[in-house]
Design a protein around this ligand. Sequence first.
Ligand code: ZN
Length: 202
Amino acid sequence: MDIKKIYMDADALLHGHFKLSSGNHSEYYLQSAKVLEDPKTAKLLADALAKEIQVSGIEIDTVCAPALGGLIAGFALATALDKRSIFAERVGGEMTIRRGFEIRPGEKVLICEDIITTGGSALEAAKVVEEMGGEVVAFAALANRGFCHRENSDIERKPNCKLPTDKPFFALADFAFEMYTPEECPLCKAGSEAVKPGSRGN
Ligand code: ZN
């Protein structure tokens, strides 16, 4: 399966000259929600990710997704794995699990995101699961931004990856494109101007 082509076809991987929320510039931008707007694509991706997780032999009771980004991916993955689906959400900036979701002692939980960049939200959700008595057994995302090491990839972990090193991270592809400070951006040097993704109301 050509994940990059699926993202490109869905206009989820934009090519141009972008100003990211971090202030850095990039030639690419991932609009991860776009790839999931077609439920058939969401199912295709979740099925492929589920297969990779099943092949690993890891045992899972529940998929927990940090809202908002992970919601659709988490639900689709739980459907493909035929497991329970719950989510964590931020309340006043703090990650919590509410809505009556319970976690029984020792429940094996996989944390699922749409894209793992540094894994910050995923790690916060994992901490909440553990505080509630669950056991976080793995992390998963449709795509890896290239800072963390996923199973079956040569891409090495970078210092800014926040995921724990003792738990597997499953994803379908690496999107390890370069980021530049505005001063060193080759696109700026070539005379083009960076645009903010979403500046046209999307
Ligand atoms: Zn630039």
